[in-house]
Design a protein. Sequence first.
Length: 430
Amino acid sequence: MSDLAIKVENVSKVYRLGEVGTGTLSHDLNRYWAKVRGKEDPYTKVAEVNDRTTSSDSKYVWALKDISLDIKQGEVLGIIGKNGAGKSTLLKLLSKVTAPTKGVIKTRGRISSLLEVGTGFHPEMTGRENIFMNGTINGMSRKEISSKLDHIVSFAGVDKYVDTPTKRYSSGMTVRLGFAVAAFLEPEVMIIDEVLAVGDAEFQSKAINKVKELSEKKGKTIIFVSHNLRSVRALCNRAILLDKGTITIGGVVEDVIDSYLTPKINNSTSHDISSLITKCPKNDQFELLSIDITQGGRHVSKFDSGQSIELHITYRVFQPIHGLRVYFDINDHLGDLLIRSFHDEKDQSLVSRISPGLYESKASIPGNILAPNKHILTVRASIFNGKAFIPEGINLPIDVQLNQDIIRSYPSDVIRSKILPDINWETNVS
């Protein structure tokens, strides 16, 4: 481990659903006896993959399964994945909040964690008292903590409230102080969960700059989990993608993000889209039947940037619905929203009461709008300001290629703009 801050070797974590422990004293004793004898936990044999979208009879799930990972000193590692993929569980294991069911984790140096809003803070203690308590827990002397106190309070922006119990703090103030404490106590390894999203834009910018400073100038190791892919891209020099408790890809940040955002389906076949539709929650009001996406009347694997893209959505309404909205989003490869369009934009009567029946909504996305890149088109349906019929949406990849018939000159082969409108220029010489 000469140049490693953390080494994770074949780590797995099993959780029992619905109860603490195994649920019975005899089962707990069975697990303890197996551990004493150096045997495998007997209940790992019946554990299943942690897929939150499916039901099963097993009460045990693998929150993590055979994770191996080397994290170098001074590295900024991003961890991304869907909700329930195992990201927070991995961070808790690295922070030693909980122990792995199987495997070994080796760490070097002091670890500071910011896992949840208010983690490590006592609500009845003031901000000042919590700073000293956290510093003491991390092995710092009172003199060391005092020397950093003003910097912590100033960075967090809680000067006025530093002697107020933290139970009076807003979630944003708590995160500010928690991050400042974790950053200025300068651990060798700093672990940050999604909590930075609670802070405002100004604080997020300060936090990102501070993380860069800790990594680049002071050689600290940072492990960063976030759904904000732009922050992951700005901060991290390596990333891993977790899915159902396993690492599916690791390496260059852009490649990992691209793998995360691009569903593993072929949009040229209706069979795969149908399999996604069948996973939509069932209800007695609305049913999504089919989605068809074409260009020039044909199913294609790559879309020409100069031609329109046609979208057909077929659905059935079983009961009268007031305020039904069928719509789609188009996001770029970093997850930023480029286009959102509703089926009632040209006909406001469609947002009123919809009668039972079979419907088809068609949309045409004009050519010369999307820049050559990989995008995600997400189909959704919901009641206006109410119930979502497709909670997570149906995600379809759109790989847009530059129209070779359009005569344009670019200084490089990288299109940096997110949209590529066909703009008319005219230059006159006088």
